[in-house]
Design a protein around this ligand. Structure first.
Ligand code: FES
Length: 153
């Protein structure tokens, strides 16, 4: 028997629609997501910053400063970092990890089919089996919404 919360594939577009440094915003199963391409891999990010809830997929994709000796400045990881539009926190798009905090982005796996169709995989309630109607029971008893359920003694 399949799990009630198996991964389900949701078509979000074509892989060719997503380019390095850009975001394809989509709504999937009632959630706003951003789809990013990082080094040939696709990342699906929940459009919610773990800091204070900004729509993070409206942020900027860029690089970041790298560790360097005092007095020098090194820039790298171009198109691998998502910068939140509200407070500028930086998140690595490969892992979702914030570069300066323990929090991370909520991310979902992706899949590209042979024909180039791009999917996001999300847990979702499987379609329930059709109910078998009962033949021996009448309608469920109705409760009085004002009742406390306590019987006075
Ligand atoms: S809400 Fe994203 S950094 Fe503050």
């Amino acid at each position: 028997m399949a799990s009630a919360f198996a991964l389900r594939r949701h078509r979000v577009g074509r892989a060719d629609d997503v380019h390095d440094g850009t975001c394809l915003q989509v709504d999937v199963a009632g959630r706003s997501l951003g789809i990013f391409r990082v080094g040939g891999q696709f990342r699906a990010v929940l459009n919610h910053c773990p800091h204070e809830g900004a729509p993070i997929c409206r942020g900027t994709v860029r690089g970041t400063t790298l560790p360097s000796v005092p007095g020098t400045f090194r820039w790298g990881r171009e198109n691998e970092i998502l910068v939140c539009p509200w407070h500028g926190w930086e998140f690595a798009l490969d892992s979702g990890q914030c570069l300066t905090d323990r929090r991370r982005l909520a991310m979902f796996p992706t899949e590209v089919a042979d024909d180039g169709t791009l999917y996001v995989l999300m847990r979702g309630q499987a379609t329930p089996e059709p109910a078998i109607p009962s033949t021996d029971a009448g309608p469920a008893p109705r409760r009085n919404p004002e009742s406390t359920g306590i019987t006075p003694s």
